[in-house]
Design a protein around this ligand. Structure first.
Ligand code: ADP
Length: 494
């Protein structure tokens, strides 16, 4: 199959979250299965043009009000793919829209005022690129709101009577990575799309008189999916639907969940370059060494007998940090005060939370945190901790709990989204399970469930050891997920 990935992010060029990892990992896995996969992203300012190949000739993109003539296309091959079947990556260059630092915003302008135009242009230009290189995909696979208008153009501008040949047989998939971000802007921006105001309503852009880019994609794509089966179910109800649950119920026959994979070359205790000694189910000595190194790095007393609870997280409401670190009511303080545990955290995000965490660090001898971003420390936390805490408010898929499982670190998670698809709750009677789960998000649920895990650590040690090994043998590889995407593409084409 010929597959075009349209995305605002892809590693190693542009990343703000899991979307960037997923787009590249899925593309590489699909290429390994023999498909012709190409990726298109904007050429943001920090992406060095001098190492890319400039495609000859200018490219005009028809937008409302005329042709955008400024764009150029650069190309390269995705690292990790073969010369025989590389994933080609195209970069849409448009100085006015993308020649600035920041993907969606900057510290002073968190959501660029022209984001609707920037990404509408990007979607139109992605299709125009196919015309330029005379390569038409069987499947156009768009990701999240910045690419959501690509399926709209396909349906309302390309696959309509009288339009130029090329895309007549192309089908579209839209993947939701996080329903919390929808690209909602003033409807005055719609003229720029050049689609006609009937399409504003027919394609589903209209959202209480505003313009909602994701909603239009959800209406217009041939099939839609999200990154875990359970999140697909949850988003069809009001509590998790971010006002689009009605649209998702309406599209439910065409809507499914496919669990993301993890990069097993990077996140694998048997190969990990960041930990003092690699380990596996057969030889767990390296895990004990990692725990020792972790305690040292965070300035905690070296003690193999006390359970270490780790966290690596964005410090935002989605991750449940309010109930954990909220001043006066958060549960982290009472967990560390009442239980014989050590707690380590790596993260950055909302200022109130960063400062609350720094203050806790200075007041508690068994809670230590690093504010910032560090790949190396995140690996050490996954390997060296005994438990990994994720009290997420919502979690479309979640990667950290999968990393934890394969590193023999038991997740303590809220029963939500992809956490339900990946973690099995401990059963005290049978010893079954791979982690500890709770339902309600509030400080006492977190406190009680951490307490339950800590109790099991001190009283049910055999169960804990078995659970670790059970987690380490789970298959979260991208090969399995890519195969499911192939099935979805085939179903859509059929
Ligand atoms: P989300 O994408 O919602 O933030 P996920 O669990 O899906 O949550 O993925 C988060 C990814 O970002 C993981 O790979 C995690 O290790 C990484 N990460 C988050 N914060 C940090 C940090 N401060 N330092 C290093 N890695 C981080």
């Amino acid at each position: 199959m010929k597959i075009l990935m349209v995305s605002s992010e892809a590693v190693p060029w542009a990343k703000t979250g899991g979307l960037a990892d997923m787009v590249s990992a899925l593309s590489i896995s699909l290429a390994k299965l023999g498909h012709d996969v190409r990726v298109v992203i904007p050429r943001y300012y920090p992406i060095d043009r001098s190492v890319l190949k400039l495609l000859p000739g200018a490219m005009g993109t028809p937008m409302g009000g005329g042709i955008e003539e400024w764009s150029a296309i650069y190309a390269t091959d995705m690292p990790g793919t073969t010369k025989k079947n590389p994933v080609k990556v195209y970069f849409i260059d448009h100085e006015i829209f993308f020649g600035r630092d920041g993907i969606y915003g900057s510290p002073t302008e968190t959501d660029f005022i022209d984001n609707s135009r920037r990404f509408t242009f990007f979607c139109r230009a992605s299709l125009q690129l196919c015309r330029k290189i005379k390569w038409y995909p069987d499947v156009l696979h768009a990701h999240d709101w910045p690419a959501a208008v690509a399926p709209v153009y396909l349906k309302f501008a390309e696959r309509v009577p009288g339009s130029k040949a090329g895309f007549k047989k192309t089908v579209s998939i839209l993947t939701i990575h996080n329903l919390g971000y929808q690209g909602i802007y003033h409807k005055d921006n719609f003229d720029y799309a050049g689609l006609g105001w009937d399409v504003f309503y027919n394609a589903g852009f209209e959202d209480w008189s505003m313009l909602n880019m994701l909603k239009a994609g959800l209406y217009s794509a041939d099939k839609i999916n999200t990154v875990s089966p359970n999140y697909a179910e949850e988003t069809k109800v009001q509590a998790h639907g971010f006002r689009l649950d009605g649209v998702l119920r309406y599209r439910s026959a065409d809507y499914c969940g496919i669990l993301n994979g993890i990069d097993t070359n990077v996140w694998n205790p048997a190969k990990d370059k960041y930990i003092p000694e690699t380990y596996s189910v057969k030889n767990m000595e390296g895990k004990a060494k990692a725990k020792e190194a972790l305690q040292k790095e965070f300035g905690l007393p070296k003690n193999p007998d006390v359970p270490v609870i780790g966290m690596v997280t964005r410090l935002t409401d989605q991750k449940g940090v309010g109930d954990l670190f909220g001043p006066t009511y958060g549960s982290a303080w009472s967990i560390c005060r009442d239980m014989d545990v050590q707690m380590v955290l790596l993260g950055s995000g909302e200022h109130w939370c960063e400062s609350e965490i720094s203050s806790l660090s200075s007041r508690l001898s068994n809670f230590k945190a690093k504010i910032g971003y560090s790949e190396k420390t995140s690996h050490l936390i996954e390997a060296g901790s005994d438990f990994f805490l994720m009290p997420s408010r919502y979690e479309p898929c979640g990667l950290n709990q999968m990393y934890s499982l394969v590193y023999g670190t038991l997740p303590i998670v809220r029963r939500t989204g992809g956490l339900v698809d990946t973690v099995e709750n401990y059963n005290e009677k049978t010893g079954a399970g791979t982690g500890f789960m709770f339902d309600q998000l509030n400080p006492s649920s977190i406190y009680n469930t951490v307490g339950w895990a800590v109790w099991a650590w001190y009283n049910k040690r055999k169960d804990i050891e078995k659970m670790k090994k059970r987690g380490m043998t789970q298959d979260f590889s991208w090969e399995t997920s890519a195969q499911k995407y192939v099935e979805l593409y085939e179903k859509t084409l059929a």
